[in-house]
Design a protein around this ligand. Structure first.
Ligand SMILES: O=C[C@H](O)[C@H](O)[C@H](O)COP(=O)(O)O
Length: 223
């Protein structure tokens, strides 16, 4: 199976998981990236079964609209039962690294509102210890050098993601070579640096369910 087929399989599994819980008033949180895009395609086939979606990026909002799914502003939404999104890495406890597509801040906000965060990923994303994937940190542009110096003090090698501006008008530092022994602690320490908007560790609020695409089928991991 190709990686895209694995992503398609988990996207379909996520739709199968949430469908029994949908009604005409349901609004679904939708993530960003290639795996989330497969989810949008699969979800669109059932667009008459729910009300609409909240998007974690401008790109996702655009794609949802193209598929005929109404997009709502998160501020007007009281509750989200589900948030479905991919990840760059997950450990067995469903702590994640996200932000390879620079959408981490809005993703973290939508995930915080959702009651259930369903993560969808192909098997290559499951790792024993987080950190092989460089950790994305969204930073206010004027604080870039200051934040980079603080990240070096934490043991990382930050690299400015040239040419990338987030949907929020900020920049990204990708932090290489971090030893992520305690993801919850590191998430909080990086977020405490002045100028950081947020970082791509989803550890204080991990996924609730990981649907993992493997050659033998979709594996379900829970916390
Ligand atoms: O900013 C992007 C997101 O965190 C994505 O969910 C993550 O990068 C995974 O993307 P993909 O499904 O394309 O591997």
């Amino acid at each position: 199976m190709t990686q895209d087929q694995l992503k398609q399989a988990v996207a379909q599994a996520a739709v199968d998981h949430i469908r029994p819980h949908l009604d005409a008033k349901s609004i679904i949180g939708v993530g960003t990236g290639s795996t989330a895009n497969f989810f949008i395609e699969a979800l669109a086939r059932h667009k008459m079964e729910f009300d609409g979606a909240v998007a974690s990026s401008e790109a996702t909002a655009q794609r949802l609209k193209v598929h005929g799914i109404p997009v709502y502003d998160l501020n007007g939404v009281d509750a989200l039962e589900f948030y479905v999104d991919g990840a760059d890495e997950s450990d067995e406890r469903l702590h994640l690294i996200k932000g390879g597509g620079a959408a981490l801040t809005r993703e973290k906000i939508v995930a915080a509102v959702a009651r259930t965060f369903v993560c969808i990923a192909d098997a290559s994303k499951l790792v024993p210890v987080l950190g092989r994937f460089p950790l994305p940190v969204e930073v206010l542009p004027m604080a870039r050098s200051h934040v980079a110096r603080q990240l070096v003090k934490l043991g990382g090698d930050p690299v400015y993601r040239e040419g990338v501006v987030t949907d929020n008008g900020n920049v990204i530092l990708d932090v290489h070579n971090l030893e992520i022994v305690d993801p919850v602690d590191l998430e909080a320490r990086i977020n405490a640096i002045v100028g950081v908007v947020t970082n791509g560790l989803f550890a204080a609020r991990p996924a609730d369910l990981l649907l993992l695409g493997t050659a033998d089928g979709v594996r379900t991991l829970t916390r």
